[in-house]
Design a protein around this ligand. Structure first.
Ligand code: DCP
Ligand code: CA
Length: 421
């Protein structure tokens, strides 16, 4: 029988007998690299940088972990323990792109999706057994799709609450699936070392061990007053977690109210072609994200920071909501031209944003033919970019950026190779 859905508040389900899935990709950064370069599969691989440089391991393949390597370890130590490992610098845009595709797959399975980090999410799957036969089969289907489309392995935990689902996915790694039946939460957690319980960091673990507590079960039967005397209010939460009790709901992220992108130039500039090309690139990124969310915008805002750090924003309301790169860019360019005519200082940062977002309910066939062609073109470009990465396509206006590498507001380098995979 399906559980009763009592009510909805801001996309959060209030349900009796919830079923929650925790999905976490295995050795994420490394696995993305292995999918791109299959020669690396089955080998010790480290993403983080070259071993002769300072820095730490970001992700280690399970083959490398067998030599004692783990995230956070200095690269020099990793190289000493496992000199035969392949060390890779890594590419954040690549991992972000893989993450977006991962989340899109999960969203196809349940709208009650809470991304936790790039490679980790909770799904509320209460009641979904009627679609997939069982929640276990649903998890198998999710794993299969991730494998088929991204060539990545996911580990999945299924339980009645978040904390148990998370511990289960972690314990099932790599490429695992662990289903903890309702009622077995405590007995599942009890024999595990306390370090496995989310919320217990190195410091808490030490304090507990000093009190003779080494397993989650021992923590679960400690008097609550004793736990609270050690850890205050967070002690109460830990105690509940240790008993497999966790009332936290799966909370989908709040809807975006605005989308923006900005770039700081390596050197302040007054060069119009460069400013225009950068504005075009940023407009394409904003437009692409807007379409990804299925939204259109009524308002476009240009942001400029001058050499003396004075920052201005200029806004224009569109007559009709739009998700077209061209409209965002044209509006931004008008605002830029006005601003440049009023202020002669070189520009340090340029940004473009959209706001007053509405659902893009408009059908293609309702647009006039030129708008229709533009919308179709944007969608075709989006599909290619989703597959090969944003910089896989260069539009004429952005070609000028080929040799310039400004740092974007997101903290990565703006690249313009023909194929960035
Ligand atoms: N990460 C990082 N630095 C860390 C920990 C993680 O840069 N100290 C990055 C690299 C990881 C990604 O975040 O690939 C996900 O982190 P996880 O802790 O989930 O680790 P992995 O996915 O690499 O391995 P696991 O199979 O244990 O999940
Ligand atoms: Ca992971």
């Amino acid at each position: 029988m399906l559980p009763t859905v009592r009510s909805f508040t801001k996309g959060v389900r209030l349900i009796s007998n919830p079923v929650i899935m925790h999905i976490d990709l295995d050795a994420f950064f490394v696995s993305v690299e292995q999918a791109l370069n299959p020669e690396l599969k089955g080998k010790p691989v480290v993403v983080g940088g070259r071993p002769d440089r300072r820095g730490v391991v970001a992700s280690a393949s399970y083959e490398a972990r067998a030599f004692g390597l783990h995230a956070g370890m200095p690269l020099a130590t990793a190289c000493r323990l496992c000199p035969q490992a392949t060390f890779i610098q890594g590419s954040f845009p690549r991992y972000r792109h893989a993450s977006q595709r991962f989340m899109a797959i999960l969203a196809d399975f349940s709208p009650y999706l809470e991304p936790v980090s790039l490679d980790e999410a909770y799904l509320d799957v209460t009641g979904f057994e009627s679609i997939y036969g069982s929640i276990h089969q649903m998890a198998v289907a999710i794993k299969k799709r991730i494998k088929a489309e991204l060539e990545l392995c996911a580990s999945v935990g299924i339980a009645s609450c978040k904390v148990v689902a998370k511990v289960a996915s972690e314990l099932s790694k790599p490429n695992g699936l662990l289903d903890i039946a309702r009622g077995n939460e405590r007995s599942f957690l009890a024999p595990l070392p306390i370090g496995k319980l989310p919320g217990i960091g190195k410091k808490t673990e030490r304090v507990l061990k000093d009190s003779g507590i080494t397993t989650i079960g021992e923590l679960s039967i400690m008097p609550l007053t004793t736990v609270k005397s050690h850890f205050g209010a967070s002690g109460e939460i830990l105690h509940r977690f240790a008993n497999g009790i966790d009332g936290r709901k799966v909370e989908p992220p709040a809807e975006a109210k605005s989308i923006s992108r900005e770039t700081t130039f390596g050197k302040d500039t007054r060069n119009r072609p460069r400013l225009t090309a950068t504005l075009r690139y940023l407009s394409e990124r904003v437009g692409s994200e807007l379409r990804q969310y299925g939204k259109q915008a009524r308002c476009v805002t240009l942001k400029l920071r001058y050499a003396d750090f004075t920052t201005i924003t200029r806004r224009h309301s569109l007559r009709q909501a739009s998700d077209a790169d061209q409209t965002i860019f044209d509006t931004g360019l008008q605002l830029l031209n006005q601003a440049l005519s009023q202020q002669k200082q070189p520009i340090r940062l340029i940004g473009i944003g959209v706001s007053s977002l509405v659902e893009s309910g408009r059908q293609l066939d309702m647009l006039d033919s030129s708008a229709q062609r533009l919308a179709q073109l944007n969608r075709a470009i989006d599909r290619i970019r989703q597959k090969y990465g944003f910089t896989s396509i260069q539009t004429g206006r952005t070609l000028l950026l080929k040799d310039s590498f400004p740092t974007t507001g997101e903290g990565y380098t703006l690249q313009t190779p023909s194929l960035s995979r």
